[in-house]
Design a protein around this ligand. Structure first.
Ligand code: GDP
Length: 440
């Protein structure tokens, strides 16, 4: 794989963000980590198939799904490189003669021929809820029924816990949405994750976030390429304004005279080193992806500037690698209300996380300039003008933020699920999964 290297980066304490690397040729042969200067003077870097395969063999790939068609999920799972362990976390409806979840489990086994390493769990599984309750993560449970709350972030957290406990030898965890209608793109996403980790040269805390080549929209029976989705356009603009303030020339960062630093605020397709995944606090629902940035900003930078951090400061640098793929992202169309809820959740996660630091200068700027209070005020105005405020509170929605998994007793989490193995709580296939989840 050959990529154009990022051209600039910014650091805020322990948070290091590079702008987009672009995939030039997904399958170009290249010796490990070879660097070149191309004809335009841009730097490129190449990775051999063997290098990427080595990373993929250390990766768990998670597919969170809710109410997706079986044939679409199958297409996604089948496109994931065989070396990855797949974890399907489903929050689909259950019951009836054609139980959707059981069909998904059967599909997972059939796609791998029973040999590829794969697991499936239902988000509302009683043993999974008991495991979180016992290990100290009861915040994840819905008091109404004692089960894990619905939401994408909650499903992802469950997957990280499963990977940490049952596949501890795997160094990386990636996420690919189940509604990818274009299987070839999924293959490129997985290889892009591997290239991102290879670029970060063994960093303990690394996050690789993908931006798609384009997002085709069906208009009047024709596909038109759109560079940025409706939700991403808003969330990226505000994250960019937070982390690269001079780039913002107008409210919301609409007008910029140079490429954005942050282009992956809402990246459903992203991957983390496991060391980082268990340290991050994850936000509920659709706030999960944008909140990655603010959690690291708070715990790796702001916590040292002002009183009132809400979580323990990080101790190790976090590298954010952003990669633009070549493949377009084709997914199920979503309505305007869904988009509005998604960007409001994303902005809410930024707004509320920054609350304790109102008096601080904007990250990376000196005293006397804009403060975080100014930034929050502008964000509030934007949300008010665009229907993003919660009707009951008059505020941007405040996301539920879960404690980092490293604070939970993951050994106990594993014991509870292992004990429930016989009841079929967790389905596991492939070598090392036959009757014993812990890979004996
Ligand atoms: P969009 O594609 O970014 O508009 O967002 P979607 O609503 O399609 O959700 C992104 C991914 O998260 C899809 O694969 C969904 O099936 C999945 N997802 C959404 N809600 C949940 C949930 O409550 N639990 C799980 N496990 N997955 C979810």
């Amino acid at each position: 794989m050959r990529l154009a290297r990022p051209t600039r980066s910014r650091s805020f304490g322990l948070l290091h963000i590079a702008d987009e690397a672009r995939i030039l040729a997904p399958d170009a042969p290249g010796a490990a980590g070879t660097h070149h200067t191309d004809r335009d003077g841009g730097e490129t870097v190449g990775f051999s198939r063997e290098t990427l395969d080595r990373v993929l063999a250390q990766t768990v790939l998670v597919v969170p799904c809710k109410d997706e068609e079986l044939r679409v999920i199958r297409c996604v799972v089948a496109a994931i490189p065989a070396a990855c362990v797949v974890i399907l976390v489903s929050n689909c409806g259950r019951g009836g003669a054609r139980d959707e979840y059981l069909q998904q489990v059967a599909m997972l086994q059939a796609v791998g021929g029973g040999r590829r390493q794969a697991m499936a769990i239902h988000q509302k599984d009683a043993a999974a809820a008991a495991a979180f309750q016992t290990c100290g993560m009861s915040a994840l449970l819905d008091p109404a029924d004692g089960r894990i709350r619905s939401g994408k972030g909650e499903g992802m957290l469950l997957a990280v816990a499963l990977a940490a406990v049952f596949r501890p030898e795997r160094r990386y965890i990636g996420f690919v949405d189940a509604d990818n209608l274009h299987g070839a793109a999924v293959r490129e996403y997985c290889r892009a994750f591997a290239a991102g980790f290879a670029m970060s040269a063994g960093a303990e805390h690394c996050m690789v976030r993908l931006r798609w080549g384009s997002k085709p929209k069906l208009r009047d029976g024709r596909y038109e390429p759109v560079a940025e989705g409706r939700c991403s356009r808003i969330v990226n603009a505000w994250l960019d304004r937070l982390l690269d303030p001079p780039a913002a020339r107008a409210r919301g960062g609409e007008a910029c005279d140079r490429p954005r630093l942050v282009t992956t605020g809402n990246a459903g397709e992203h991957a983390l080193t496991m060391a980082l995944a268990v340290k991050l606090r994850l936000a509920a629902g659709y706030a999960v992806e944008p909140f990655h940035f603010v959690d690291v900003l708070e715990r790796g930078h702001l916590a040292g500037l002002a009183a009132g951090p809400t979580a323990a400061p990080l101790q190790t640098a976090v590298h954010v690698v952003q990669i633009r793929t070549r493949s377009p992202h084709v997914h199920r169309p979503t309505d305007g209300e869904h988009i509005r809820r998604m960007w409001a959740a994303g902005l809410g996660s930024i707004y509320h996380c920054l609350g304790p630091y109102q008096a601080a200068a904007m990250p990376g700027t000196g005293a006397g300039g804009l403060t975080i209070a100014d930034f929050r005020r502008d964000m509030h105005v934007f949300a008010a003008e665009n229907g993003g405020l919660d009707g009951a509170t008059g505020e941007l929605p405040r996301p539920r933020v879960y404690p980092a998994l490293e604070d939970a007793d993951l050994g106990v989490f594993g014991d509870v699920l292992q004990a429930a193995w016989a009841t079929g709580s967790l389905a596991a296939f492939g070598s090392g999964s036959n009757g014993a989840l812990r890979g004996e």
